[in-house]
Ligand binder design. Structure first.
Ligand code: NAP
Length: 465
């Protein structure tokens, strides 16, 4: 295996930088180092941990423009989106800097006058994280920040497509004063690093964001040493437009949800379900809005939709669109491509498909691209049945101003994140995560620090009464 990883710009195929691929020995040494780091970091008082996290957030903000540029070059997303992601990434650090000083225990009334029962929380140990390429900053900080706040040490392996943003963030943590053995990164192939992480006696928790098959493999790999796991996995988000919805508003929110990061987000809408009485009107307005989106290099001003990350992702999108067309879907716009497999760039133009149905792959699998398939429904029950008919349960959206329709949909949709008249519900202060095969655990909010803490129960007996 090559000693370096070539990081390329997916908009041009150009080499940006070569980074060291760490050897097995180096990774094992880092894990041992992280264990020693944990023993020291766990003893740093919560107020100091909080202060250091705030200093880290500030360093990132001071370098925001540069980080965003690197992110756009390695990931392809428009520069404004990269700036937005850096802000989103620091919002997790800011939130967990505040949570660090609120890790409370409790006292439980005992059933005997001579006993006292207390419960305290302690950090779980070293946490090993594996992150995807689609949000190279935020997927890392929403794991690192609660881990460090809780007193855990942290080691991360970023996706091979996008290691540069992660490396920069870790270097800035050192500049902020966080010890070098409390937070570390390693670079390498997922299958190799993943196994070293799951096998290591120095790791107490695996936290992963990525595809469902890899998540399942990591859960299995963690079983032998009974490691804790948090899994943020794939999605297949439905977006339901009720008959009474404000269509113009819904179009704007659907564009945000569908086309951010060229549709390569786990929570982006993957299936648009519209009431049969408004489906034509919605499709017309939506297509008009999609036609205004500009495709291009994320570094160029005005770009709305950047490239697809790699050939594998591109091929999957093209195959899904062709499958849908063969089975009778109507193309309202798009189905246009600009790619060069030799050079290594892949653009997919925003595409809208109508008359899709359950026989098509696009309605069964996550797309991870700028394709919007539209289907219609007659009743709310039917919409819920279509929406829930998937092994995934990450995010769902609906648009209605009728409180009875809204509460019915909220109550019946089996998804961890629900946007009601909201196409962008993610926030550091809210619990993000999925049901069913979309994952285990939550990141963000007060829930997001829990997975990094052990509960220790103390019962003291024979006390003086
Ligand atoms: P992926 O193939 O699962 O890769 C994600 C990470 O896992 C990368 O760092 C990758 O490393 C690593 N990896 C690959 N094989 C591995 C193995 N055998 N053991 C351990 N790690 C391994 O996913 P992706 O295609 O890059 O990302 C897209 C997926 O992530 C989508 O399914 C999306 O829905 C999901 N996602 C979920 C969330 C969420 O919060 N729920 C957020 C964002 C994305 P390499 O560098 O070797 O590829």
């Amino acid at each position: 295996m090559s000693k370096t990883i070539k990081v390329k710009n997916p908009a041009t195929g150009e080499l940006i930088q070569e980074v060291t691929r760490h050897t097995v020995e180096e990774i094992n040494r880092a894990l041992e180092n992280g264990q020693k780091g944990f023993e020291k970091w766990a003893k740093v008082n919560a107020h100091e941990r909080s202060r250091l996290l705030k200093a880290w957030s500030q360093k990132i903000q001071e370098n925001k423009e540069e980080i965003a540029k690197v992110m756009t070059m390695e990931n392809g997303k428009p520069l404004q989106e990269s700036i937005g992601e850096v802000n989103y990434a620091t919002s997790y650090i800011d939130w967990y800097a505040e949570e660090a000083v609120r890790i409370y225990g409790r006292t439980i009334p005992a059933s005997s006058e001579t006993k006292r029962i207390t419960v305290s929380r302690q950090p779980i140990g070293q946490v090993a994280a594996i992150t995807p390429w689609n949000f190279p900053a935020a997927m890392m900080t929403r794991k690192a920040a609660p881990a460090l706040a809780a007193g855990c040490s942290f080691i991360v392996k970023a996706a091979e497509e996008t290691p540069l943003t992660t490396m920069t963030l870790v270097e800035l943590a050192y500049e902020a004063g966080i010890p070098k053995d409390a937070i570390q990164y390693v670079n390498g192939r997922g299958s190799v690093v993943g196994q070293l992480f799951t096998d290591s006696p120095f790791v107490r928790k695996i936290t992963f964001t990525g595809s469902t098959p890899i998540g399942k493999a990591l859960i299995k790999g963690s079983a032998d040493t009974v490691k804790h796991v948090t899994m943020e996995l794939g999605g297949h988000a439905p977006l339901i437009i009720a008959e009474d919805a404000d269509l113009d508003y819904a179009v704007g929110q659907t564009i945000i949800s569908k086309y951010r990061n060229a549709g390569q987000t786990c929570v982006c809408v993957n299936r648009i379900l519209v009431h049969e009485n408004v489906v034509d009107a919605f499709a017309e307005k939506f297509t008009a809005a999609v036609n205004k989106l500009k495709v291009g290099n994320g570094l160029e001003a005005g770009t709305d939709v950047g490239p697809i990350i790699n050939e594998k992702g591109y091929d999957k999108i093209v195959a899904q669109v062709n499958d849908a067309i063969e089975k009778g879907a109507e193309v309202l716009t798009g189905n246009k491509y600009e790619a060069d497999k030799e050079q290594g760039y892949f653009f997919v133009y925003p595409t809208v498909l109508k008359n899709v149905d359950a026989s098509m792959d696009i309605m069964q699998e996550e797309t991870f691209g700028p394709i919007a398939p539209i289907t219609s429904f007659k009743t709310l029950e039917e919409a819920v049945e279509i929406a829930n008919n998937t092994p995934y349960g990450l995010a769902a959206y609906f648009f209605t101003n009728d409180y009875r329709t809204g509460t019915y949909l909220h109550d019946h949709l089996d998804f961890g994140i629900i946007g009601w008249n909201d196409g962008a519900p993610s926030a550091a202060h809210a619990p993000f995560g999925g049901m069913k095969e979309s994952g285990l655990g939550r990141e963000g909010g007060t829930e997001g620090i829990e997975p990094y803490l052990e509960t220790k129960y103390l019962s003291v007996g024979n006390l003086l009464n």
